[in-house]
Design a protein around this ligand. Structure first.
Ligand code: ADP
Ligand code: 2DT
Length: 225
């Protein structure tokens, strides 16, 4: 296939702690791909609060409901599985690049940062095994101190300093095992740079990833398999 008609879209995931700039960068990246490069691309995000399961997650995050730590973990995973057919169809039939704000990495990092699940990393990962695997994880790296300088945390359940610190450590652990397995490449971007500098680095990584997916006709992988 020529570069004008890729046989599938590339699946790009942006991860990082709260306030690292994911929302800002997903918007800029989408604009760059669609407007500047004329490519077909869509943005997705997890949790997707618009679904039935997403509504339960939203209630929980806003502290309007209480749920066992494993139960909410399974709901976050179920939210990905219920949206997975759309994600796959965007990539495979629609041939659109998907830029996704958070994925299973946030799922595992946040749940396993809780005391009740701190020794259950493998259990936390298990429910997401077999989901579509990203072609690249872009980790927007920001220290706790830098995140706090971007204004206080909001009102939601997980927006607490101690938890966020443990989440950051869990992300490193996930990066290390993914890198060891050699399946999903991680790219760490210093998120403390200016918005423009961060955008430039992300664009380069994404353009290289798209080229690889198209030229090598890389099949869509399965997460953690
Ligand atoms: P996230 O979606 O990861 O929580 P946001 O994109 O919402 O992050 O950004 C959090 C806050 O930090 C916003 O007020 C945003 O304008 C600001 N911000 C984003 N990127 C940068 C940057 N590179 N430098 C300084 N402030 C930033
Ligand atoms: P947003 O602020 O990005 O809407 O995220 N989370 C997210 C989990 O605990 N598990 C998951 O699987 C996902 C995708 C991160 C809301 C919060 O939900 C957390 C922050």
């Amino acid at each position: 296939p020529s570069s004008a008609s890729p046989h599938r879209g590339a699946f790009i995931v942006l991860e990082g702690v709260d306030r690292c700039g994911k929302t800002t960068q997903v918007g800029l990246l989408l604009k760059h791909l669609v407007v500047q490069l004329g490519m077909a691309a869509v943005a997705m995000r997890f949790p997707d609060r618009t679904t039935l399961v997403g509504n339960l997650i939203n209630q929980y995050l806003q502290s309007k409901s209480e749920l066992d730590d494993r139960a909410i973990h399974l709901l976050f995973s179920a939210n990905r599985w219920e949206v997975a057919p759309t994600l796959k169809s965007n990539l495979l039939e629609g041939k659109q690049h998907v830029v996704c704000d958070r994925y299973a990495y946030s799922g595992v990092a946040f749940s396993s940062a809780k005391e009740s699940l701190q020794n259950d990393l493998e259990w936390c990962k298990s429910c997401d095994v077999g989901l579509p695997a990203p072609d690249a994880v872009i980790f927007l790296d920001l220290t706790q101190e830098q995140a706090e300088q971007r204004g206080g945390y909001g009102e939601e359940r997980y927006e607490k300093k101690e938890l966020q610190q443990r989440v950051r450590e869990r992300f490193s652990q996930l990066q290390a095992t993914d890198t060891q397995n050699g399946q999903v490449p991680w790219y760490v971007v210093n998120a403390a740079q200016s918005i423009e500098e961060v955008q430039k680095e992300i664009s380069t990584i994404v353009e290289q990833t798209i080229e690889k997916v198209i030229l090598e006709e890389k099949p869509l992988g399965l997460l953690w398999l």
